[in-house]
Design a protein around this ligand. Structure first.
Ligand SMILES: Cc1ncc(COP(=O)(O)O)c(C=O)c1O
Length: 390
């Protein structure tokens, strides 16, 4: 089948919810994607923060294949080996106490919001409010879409669930004013990904944690995009010296297969009881076997390397003509380009063999953590050249 036929079928038979770029990906290896005509591109997206160990990481592929040959699924009514091992590793790595496994970031946040509501309403029937940040993104289910602090996402699909409030990021006074005895949870991303790669101040995050503590509201950190090494720590909240009540994760944990979940602290680990929550595919053994391999490879050395590479990229970007407003943490980076719209800039990069993303008014980079400096330099040269072509 040729490229035009694929696009034609996609257009005719797949619901048009995505604005696809002009790339038909055929295979991937490390930080490279090869398209269906054999053209190789440098990938600075990791499939939107998913394939952090690069495409077709050998250890991950073997772990997945090995489990696939044994058992692909059995349901959550029975035990399998990979999920409890994975949960143990996640808890050891964070000091959290228990995990619920689902399939995506939205589901993870849905589970955390349900848990906060159950916690709150057991104390006071009005304690059901959730506070989130303006420019946040928490998912596409009705509840997580409502938690998402972006008005343009609240156009259709109403009536929306009640009990959500939004405050500006990095504004302690606004958070103090919004959280009260009727707040059951506060949900934040340490770096807002879809919202424009906006980094929360560490002092602000600490203050939010204290405000939650004072009001007995649960602090939920959405680590769907920031988690599993993306920012140079295993979870981004670990930059801030706080202990969240729930941490949601997805994307990077599965290495390319759909896995998400919630980590619960001692305080929150018993909120959900039998029958309160569930999902058919959560804790799938094949995906959890792959995730175990992701965690094995997510060593402190790799995290340090990711932090160093991220700092290197940001420094080079900040020195480039035409590039402004560089922001980010580790390998989660945003920037603006003078006189060019992010979408146009990303399309121009793609033509020159570099895959990048947008986030609001910014270009966004989420490179695989394993990308080499040779590829980083090649991609930065192309970015510099493209930024100079207003
Ligand atoms: C911070 C954050 N939360 C939640 C989500 C939703 O995750 P998913 O698309 O897996 O449902 C995303 C997706 O981009 C995200 O970046």
């Amino acid at each position: 089948m040729n490229r035009d036929k694929i696009k034609e079928l996609d257009s005719e038979y797949i619901v048009h919810t995505y604005g696809r770029a002009d790339l038909v990906a055929e295979s991937g290896s490390g930080a490279h994607i090869t398209d269906m005509d054999g053209k190789e591109l440098i990938d600075l997206t990791s499939g939107i923060g998913v394939c952090s160990l690069g495409y077709c990481n050998e250890q991950w592929v073997s772990a997945v294949k090995e489990q696939l040959d044994k058992l692909q699924h059995i349901s959550n009514l029975y035990y399998t080996q990979p999920a409890p091992k994975l949960a143990e590793k996640l808890c050891e790595r964070t000091g959290m106490k228990k995990v619920f496994f689902g399939n995506s970031g939205a589901e993870a946040n849905e589970c955390a919001i349900k848990s906060a509501r159950k916690y709150g309403s057991s104390k006071n029937e009005k304690k059901t409010d959730i506070v989130s940040l303006i420019d946040s993104f928490h998912g596409r289910t009705l509840q997580t879409l409502t938690a998402t602090g972006q008005d343009d996402m609240h156009k259709y699909f109403g009536p929306f669930p009640e009990g959500f409030k939004y405050v500006p990021a990095n504004d302690v006074a606004a958070m103090e004013a919004a959280v009260d005895e009727n707040t059951c949870g506060v949900i934040v991303e340490i770096v807002q990904g879809e919202g424009g790669v906006n980094v929360l101040d560490k002092e602000y995050v600490k203050a939010v944690s204290e405000i939650c503590e004072k009001n007995d509201a649960l602090l939920i950190i959405d680590e769907v995009q920031t988690g599993i090494g993306r920012t140079g720590k295993f979870f981004a909240y670990q930059h801030c010296g706080i202990e969240p009540d729930m941490v949601t994760f997805a994307k990077g944990i599965g290495g390319g297969l759909p896995l998400g979940g919630v980590l619960f602290s001692e305080k929150t680990m018993d909120i959900l009881q039998p029958g309160d929550h569930g999902t058919t595919f959560g804790a799938n053994p094949v995906i959890c076997a792959g995730a175990l391999s992701v965690l094995d490879q997510m060593t402190d050395e790799l995290l340090d390397e990711a932090a160093a590479k991220g700092a290197y990229i940001m420094e080079k970007l900040a020195a480039m003509d035409g590039v402004t407003d560089v922001s980010g943490l580790g390998m989660m980076i945003g920037f603006k380009v003078d006189g060019q719209k992010p979408g146009d800039f990303v399309a121009a990069l793609l033509k020159k063999g570099v895959i990048a993303l947008t986030a609001h008014d910014k270009v966004r980079l989420l490179p695989p953590l394993v990308i080499g400096y040779d590829d980083i330099d090649k991609a930065l040269d192309i970015i510099a050249q493209t930024a100079s072509e207003k």
